[in-house]
Each structure stands twice: as structure tokens, then as C-alpha cells.
Design a protein around this ligand. Structure first.
Ligand code: FPP
Ligand code: MG
Length: 310
């Protein structure tokens, strides 16, 4: 990602400047928590996607820098709320905001970042992009609620799982890219490249969430979240036959029965659930790279290829 940031050069710096000033406030507590977050920024994939997509379609300008910041701000707001929903103790290797400053502050700060993101849009004359943002915030919330519902009923199917990934992750990847595309003056090149960029964004988002779920399978099971490694194992073992047993294990795990944890992990191992998830991940990654391959050679295309090579 360092290479991507360096390649994006002045455009990356302009994005960072907007992000810094977007959060200016006279309130000491807000400033303290903002700094706490900005000191551990994460990979900032979404702004990199927005700026690269803008570069593919034309010359990135102030609105491109703004949409990059908006994508990162919406993402941060959603994580602030997600950590409250998941009661997460850590984020990006340090205490989560909700752990360090309390869940109320985390929720309010998420609202504040969301509001400031919309202010940035207005300041940069980007209100024609408002429908994109209204849709994506709706998708993020629906994806999260749907996942919560399924963590209660434990009847999530593979199709449901892909719906959750699409709504809670691929949607913002998609809007990051499309807002980048729409931030440069419309041209015939934009029309040509738009479908490739759109599909690439979707597949990168799906791949990204599946990779995250492969890394977090133990933690997710502890939260009764059934993700692709377990769904893949169920698919290969026979869902109808094994689901009741899996549900029993998850219920026991909720009561902190550690043998149930080991049994679930063995089940995933025996029925090659990780391998299943890895295959789906590879599929999305390849699909993304195939679409990016259709774009004209440029540093922006190289940035997209680097991001997709995760
Ligand atoms: C992380 O997923 C969470 C998301 C990708 C979306 C969360 C969305 C909301 C909380 C809806 C509210 C939205 C706004 C804009 C305020 P994860 O729990 O799988 O990932 P993690 O391991 O990083 O926590
Ligand atoms: Mg979470």
C-alpha cells in the first residue's frame, strides 16, 4: 500500500489534507478521539480506490480528493458503530474507541464523522453524488442488521452470506470507485471504462470480506457469526445432516464451552471449509484482476492491480 500511496502523490496528499481539516471542531473530547483514530489510520484502501478510478477516467481534481475522504469517513463511522455492535475490545492493534472512551462516545463520534462527510460533499459541489451515499449507508446498515438477525437464528445460507458481504463491504468498495469515476468530468473514456471499474470494485469488495472472514474465523464463531469457512464445511459435509449439530456447538460456545470451540474448528478442518473459502476468495480476486486488465496501461491501473493483489 505504501507504493500505491506514493504513486498517487499529490492527489493522496490532497486527500489527507481534506481528511485532517474535515474533522476540525472546538470540542476537546471529539478532537481527542479523532486524533486517537487518525494516529492509526489502517490501510485506507477505499480512498486509494477512489483516486485510482478517477485517474483511470481523467484528471483527479478537488472533488476526487473529497470523495476519497468521504469514503474513508463513512468507513470509519461504520467501524465505530460496528465495534459497539460487536463489543470489540481492539481495532487496528489497539483498544477500540468504544473500549477506550465508551460506547456512547463511539456512537456519537460515528455520527459526527458521517455528518462531516456529507458537509465535505456539499463544500465540494458534489451533491449530485448524494444518491450514491444514501444507498451505501442504507446497504451498510442493512447488511449489519441482517448479519445480526442470522447470528440469532443460525440459519444463514451461502446465498445469505454473499448478500451480507455485498451489502456490508462490496457496497462501499463499489461507491468508492464509482464516486472516483464520477468526480472527473464525464467523457467517452469514462463510459468505456465504467463497467470494468464497477465489476472490479464489486469483486475486490467480496474478496476483501472473505479474506477478513478467513482470518477471523475463531473470533466470529465466538460471536455466533457463521461465515464462509464454516458454511463451506457444511456445504461439503451435507448441510441438512450437520447443521443441527453445528447449531448445538455454537450454542454451547455462547456459554463458553471451549470443547465446542475445538469441535467446530475440527469440523471446519475435516470438511475443508478454509479451502472452500480460499477458492471463493481466489475466484473474486481473479475476476477483479481480469476486469482491471481491460483498462489502459497507466500508473492508476497499476495501483488497482496492486490493491487487488491482496
Ligand atoms: C465490519 O465488519 C463492519 C462493516 C464492514 C460495516 C458495519 C456497518 C454498520 C455498523 C452500519 C452503520 C453504518 C454507518 C455508515 C454509520 P466485520 O465485523 O466483519 O469486520 P471487523 O472484523 O473489522 O470488525
Ligand atoms: Mg466487527
Amino acid at each position: 500500500m505504501d507504493w500505491v500511496r506514493q504513486s498517487l502523490g499529490a492527489d493522496w496528499m490532497a486527500f489527507e489534507n481534506i481528511l485532517k481539516t474535515a474533522l476540525d471542531t472546538p470540542h476537546a473530547l471529539l478532537t481527542t478521539i479523532d486524533q486517537y483514530i487518525l494516529n492509526r489510520p489502517g490501510k485506507q484502501i477505499r480512498p486509494a480506490l477512489a483516486l485510482s478510478a478517477a485517474g483511470v477516467c481523467g484528471t483527479p481534481g478537488p472533488l476526487s480528493h473529497a470523495v476519497a475522504a468521504i469514503a474513508e469517513m463513512i468507513h470509519t463511522a461504520s467501524l465505530l458503530h460496528d465495534d459497539v455492535a460487536d463489543n470489540a475490545q481492539t481495532r487496528r492493534g489497539k483498544e477500540s474507541v468504544q473500549k477506550q472512551f465508551g460506547p456512547r462516545a463511539a456512537i456519537m463520534l460515528g455520527d459526527f464523522w458521517l455528518a462531516r462527510a456529507l458537509q465535505i460533499l456539499i463544500q465540494h459541489n458534489g451533491t449530485h453524488l448524494l444518491p450514491l451515499y444514501a444507498n451505501v449507508i442504507e446497504d451498510l446498515s442493512e447488511g449489519e442488521i441482517f448479519q445480526m438477525e442470522k447470528a440469532k437464528t443460525l440459519d444463514i445460507t451461502l446465498a445469505d452470506y454473499y448478500t451480507v458481504c455485498k451489502k456490508k463491504t462490496a457496497s462501499l468498495f463499489h461507491v468508492s470507485v464509482m464516486s472516483g469515476v464520477l468526480s472527473v468530468p464525464n467523457s467517452s473514456t469514462t463510459e468505456t471504462y465504467r463497467p470494468f471499474l464497477s465489476r472490479a470494485a464489486y469483486h475486490m469488495g467480496m474478496a476483501f470480506q472473505i479474506r477478513d472472514d478467513l482470518a477471523d474465523v475463531t473470533q466470529d464463531l465466538a460471536e455466533a457469526k457463521i461465515t464462509l469457512p464454516l458454511l463451506g464445511a457444511l456445504r461439503q459435509a451435507g448441510d441438512e445432516r450437520f447443521r443441527p449439530q453445528v447449531i448445538l456447538w455454537i450454542r454451547s460456545l455462547e456459554k463458553e464451552d471451549l470443547t465446542a470451540h475445538d469441535q467446530l474448528i475440527s469440523f471446519i478442518k475435516d470438511h475443508k471449509g478454509r479451502e472452500y473459502a480460499q477458492k471463493v476468495f481466489n475466484h473474486h480476486k481473479e475476476q477483479a484482476r481480469e476486469r482491471i486488465g481491460h483498462l489502459p496501461n497507466s500508473v492508476w491501473k497499476e495501483c488497482l492491480l496492486t490493491i487487488s493483489d491482496m
